[in-house]
Design a protein around this ligand. Structure first.
Ligand SMILES: Cc1cc2nc3c(=O)[nH]c(=O)nc-3n(C[C@H](O)[C@H](O)[C@H](O)COP(=O)(O)OP(=O)(O)OC[C@H]3O[C@@H](n4cnc5c(N)ncnc54)[C@H](O)[C@@H]3O)c2cc1C
Length: 279
């Protein structure tokens, strides 16, 4: 087994290019190593990003928030800056697994792993994030909504590295929430999750964005529910209509964690809890 530890993005990209897709990128290893141990993944070459310090941290670039791919869940959950500018993402990071998983697991790994129940992905959808991919050929930005195509399926190419996530700095007066239901309060993947973002002008909701996890093959935007709430006062009736609209947005399935019927009811309940009001 070859184990490489590049110290820069350029070195990592070069190592990927030379191996022409025969190598796997290793971030925190909380998904990849588990799958390798279970025999679900095999590779003879790992490229660990642990020494690429340029891939870590949250920063501001003019009106953009930029998060390095190797930033851990714990760093996101504890970042006072992120809690102020994008609380929906910081709240989601705090919900991941356990302290140990949060210390090792990264935002890049969470996104590339493409689980429909990945905690950071619904917030990235409502924030309108861009996934920045780099290879020898250059930089390829992709919208988060284009990135995953199915469970564990994405548009990343074998020679590409995810280097960062970017989104426009949200306005200070926004409402943002992330809510998750799992089997337990800790160490449990989401059975259903929901990220909510909106502005409230004199109580009227504007720019409503809702994304749901674990209710379709990928994380999805709930556009019918968004439309039902846009421009409304969040009365019990308006929220009830949005919850009914959710049934047209999501495609839950029966699986080992839950039934489709329970997921639909639970997702509607999360929306009810996320929306401020009723007034
Ligand atoms: C006990 C346990 C509990 C968990 N609980 C949760 C939970 O509550 N919520 C949740 O969302 N997840 C959970 N997970 C899953 C996992 O911890 C997260 O998805 C984590 O963010 C993965 O990040 P990582 O850095 O460990 O990725 P890795 O395992 O290192 O990598 C995952 C995949 O992404 C690829 N990859 C990683 N980084 C890059 C990059 N920069 N560029 C290109 N490809 C890359 C790897 O090649 C691999 O295919 C849990 C896992 C365990 C074992």
């Amino acid at each position: 087994m070859e184990f490489l530890r590049p110290t820069s993005v350029q070195e990592a990209v070069e190592a990927l290019a030379v191996r022409q897709g025969r190598s796997r990128v290793l971030a925190g290893g909380t998904d990849l190593v588990v799958r390798m141990k279970d025999g679900l993944e095999t590779t003879r070459s790992l490229i660990s990003l642990g020494r690429c310090v340029e891939l870590r941290g949250v920063r501001e670039e003019s009106d953009q928030i930029v998060i390095g791919a190797m930033t851990t869940h714990e760093e996101l959950a504890r970042s006072m800056f992120l809690r102020r500018v994008a609380p929906v993402l910081a709240e989601a990071a705090a919900e991941v697994g356990s302290v140990q998983i949060r210390q090792r697991g990264t935002i890049g790994g969470n996104v590339v792993n493409a689980s429909p129940s990945a905690d950071l992905v619904p917030p990235l959808h409502v924030l309108g994030a861009t996934v920045v991919l780099v290879s020898r050929a250059g930089v390829r930005p992709l919208g988060i909504d284009e990135f995953a195509t199915g469970p564990k399926q994405t548009r990343i190419r074998p020679e590409e590295l995810l280097v960062e996530l970017r989104f426009a700095r949200p306005r200070a007066d926004e409402l943002q929430r992330y809510l998750k239901l799992g089997q337990r309060r800790a160490l449990a993947c989401a059975k259903v999750s929901l990220a909510f973002r909106a502005r409230s002008t004199a109580g009227v909701l504007r720019d409503v964005r809702i994304a749901c996890g674990a209710v379709a093959p990928t994380v999805i935007r709930a556009r019918e529910a968004e439309r039902a709430l846009e421009g409304t006062l969040p009365t019990a009736d308006a929220i009830g209509r949005a919850c009914a609209a959710l049934a047209r947005d999501i495609r839950p399935i029966d699986d080992v964690r839950s039934t489709a019927a329970w997921r639909l009811a639970a997702c509607a309940e999360l929306l009810r809890r996320a929306v401020p009001g009723p007034v």
